[in-house]
Design a protein around this ligand. Structure first.
Ligand code: SAM
Length: 245
């Protein structure tokens, strides 16, 4: 006598939906693989937003290298769950003409960076930023080359007291030097500095953002940096401490 196999409704449904479930999980897997760099950056932004909110580090968000606005939108999303978000002002600094021609120490050192790369229309940036849910009334955009715009005069004009978070995403050593000089007075104990391109030069610390940061720290012995989260292929962050001079 043969064995009678009884099919429960649960088993039948499971079989019927198996191809669909396989299709969905394959898609999800592929999406995750394609976006893991992005997800990793969002994880870093979420952690840092939580850190400054939890530690009551008050101040503005400063971003050097904004282009189409994707990091600004993502950081705004990361900060949104916290009450401090409503009090945060966002300052973005960019030529919107892309990178300057790599010169000096940057010349020939990176296979990828070239003049004009990441050039972007400011209107497009603002349009993306608005669509991305950022309140434009709280965003101030300073357009121009850093070596021309980041002046003591600009500091007097901008309503920045202290920075809570600074994102430096301008790729080059020559661009990072004026940025660090400019933000020195805005740094307080607890400010988080994020470098997007720390490892972009094959991990060399004698080039790019890493070199600019090392040299800047040597000039300011009263400012200490505690290494914090890293993300993706090239990002790193530091929590800053400032001793009274
Ligand atoms: C990689 S993109 C920024 C990408 C952006 N953070 C994002 O997530 O979409 C680098 C930006 O830095 C800007 N930049 C680099 N060096 C600069 C300089 N010396 N002065 C002004 N802007 C500069 C470029 O215009 C470019 O938009």
């Amino acid at each position: 006598m043969g064995v009678k196999i009884t099919q429960t409704p649960g088993k039948i449904a499971h079989r019927a939906f198996a191809p669909l479930s396989r299709w969905i999980s394959q898609r999800a897997f592929r999406w995750r693989r394609r976006h893991r760099e992005y997800l990793s950056r969002q994880w870093l932004f979420d952690t840092i937003a939580g850190f400054v909110a939890g530690g009551k580090v008050e101040g503005s968000y400063l971003e050097f290298g904004c282009a189409w606005g994707s990091s600004l939108i993502d950081m705004n999303d990361a900060m949104r769950p916290y009450r401090e978000h409503d009090k945060t002002n966002f300052f973005i600094f960019d030529s919107f003409e892309g990178l300057p021609a790599p010169a000096g120490l940057d010349a020939g050192e990176h296979v990828r960076y070239e003049a004009g790369q990441f050039a972007c229309d400011l209107d497009l940036d603002q349009c993306n930023v608005r669509r991305g849910g950022v309140d434009l009334a709280r965003v101030q955009c300073i357009k121009g080359w850093y070596d021309k715009t980041l002046t003591p005069q600009l500091k007097q004009e901008l309503p920045i007291e202290k920075a809570a978070i600074v994102l430096i995403d301008c790729d080059l050593y020559e661009s990072t030097v004026p940025v660090l000089d400019f933000i020195t007075d805005y740094i307080q104990t607890g400010t988080v500095l994020i470098f997007d391109d720390w490892y972009s030069y094959k991990g060399r610390t004698d080039l790019g953002e890493a070199l600019a940061f090392t040299q800047w720290r040597a000039k300011h012995p009263n400012i200490q940096a505690t290494e914090y989260h890293k993300a993706g292929r090239t990002m790193i962050s530091f929590i800053m401490q400032v001793e009274a001079a």
